[in-house]
Design a protein around this ligand. Structure first.
Ligand SMILES: O=P(O)(O)O[C@H]1O[C@H](CO)[C@@H](O)[C@H]1O
Ligand SMILES: O=c1cc[nH]c(=O)[nH]1
Length: 326
């Protein structure tokens, strides 16, 4: 079935109606004879990127390769595409750095853990979207996080992505100098996702700030790493400060994701479920099947959004069933 993109679903921000290109902010790129997207195992010389990707409208990224494969299979079913969802091929099969699946106008890509890993992926993704002459693309990070003062399983739609000092910025070292970039995300998109969450049963969601750290253990104030140089009281004091600054969840990619999308004119949202309440502990001890169900919540929410955007009938569909790792 050919899929048609609706320009709007009704109430969203005006920005949605713009015909928006992907801006690469690099004056040298277009004069290169060939651009090798090394970590995707793709190139402008060996692949017809406009033909392969030109109709892409939604890009969903997340840390785990199996999650992003399962999400692609789920979207195949949700979009009512022909063929067998299980036959979808990894476009990046020539490398095991990242995986990438395309289902209709949706790209599903894994990014690994942490800022350096997602940053490399985003450089190549944004160039890919540019070379493919994509327009009006929306990016989503669908991930997991540690909550602060929230019941586990809550989906946090990020308002501001903040650093470990609670600042809405991302610092990149370039040629030995620190460049500070804004981590502004699309507020209209976040609101629209929140409205979508209200249309789904058992999908508790809020909009709030997300803190992005460079580490899972010490960087997130955990007492259970191989190293720990602070007391339980100091840990709680820091988490309370974060809470006071409006932070309700912690993960490891949102600031660079927000910063790079913002600069390149891409509308973007970060949608992460909380796996635990960090006021209560550090270890993720919830049973695996419960964690899997939590992990599917951002996927169901973003799928619902995409289907609305495409004007597809919204029917209660079961969440992705394939074996996803955490
Ligand atoms: O669930 P994903 O997308 O992997 O992301 C979160 O989980 C990882 C840590 O377990 C970090 O990468 C964090 O950002
Ligand atoms: O506590 C958590 C859970 C998932 N991901 C994180 O980065 N932190």
């Amino acid at each position: 079935m050919p899929l048609k993109l609706l320009k709007s679903t009704g109430n969203e921000h005006n920005e949605y109606t713009k015909d928006q290109e992907v801006h690469v902010m690099n004056p040298y790129l277009d004069s290169m004879e060939e651009d090798i997207l090394y970590h995707f195992s793709l190139s402008t010389r060996t692949h017809n990127l406009p033909k392969m990707f030109g109709d892409t409208k939604f890009v969903c990224v997340g840390g785990s390769a199996s999650r992003m494969k399962a999400f692609a299979e789920f979207m195949h079913q949700e979009l009512g595409l022909s063929g067998n969802a299980g036959d979808i091929q990894d476009i990046c099969a020539g490398t095991d750095r990242y995986c990438m699946y395309k289902v209709g106008p949706v790209l599903s890509i894994s990014h690994g853990m942490g800022v350096p890993s997602i940053s490399i992926m985003l450089h190549e993704l944004i160039k890919l979207l540019h070379h493919a002459r994509c327009r009006d693309v929306i990016l989503f990070r669908i991930g997991t996080s540690g909550g602060i003062g929230l019941p586990p399983g809550t989906v946090v739609i990020t308002d501001k992505a903040v650093d470990s000092f609670f600042q809405p910025q991302f610092e990149q070292v370039v040629l030995g100098q620190v460049i500070v970039r804004s981590t502004e995300l699309d507020k209209g998109l976040a609101q629209e996702l929140l409205r979508c969450s209200g249309e789904l049963p058992a999908l508790p969601a809020i909009i709030s700030n997300t803190m992005c750290t460079f580490d899972f253990y010490e960087g997130q104030g955990r007492l259970d790493g191989a190293l720990c140089s602070f007391s339980p009281e100091e840990k709680l004091e820091y988490l309370h400060k974060a809470h006071k600054a409006g932070v309700r969840n912690i993960e490891m990619e949102s600031t660079v994701f927000a910063a790079m999308c913002h600069i390149c004119g891409l509308r973007a949202a970060v949608v992460c479920v909380t796996l635990l309440d960090r006021f209560e502990g550090d270890q993720i001890s919830t049973p695996h099947d419960v964690l899997l169900e939590y992990q599917q919540r951002p996927q169901c929410l973003v799928s619902h959004f995409i289907k609305k955007r495409l004007g597809l009938p919204i029917m209660p569909t079961p969440p992705p069933q394939t074996s996803q790792g955490m």
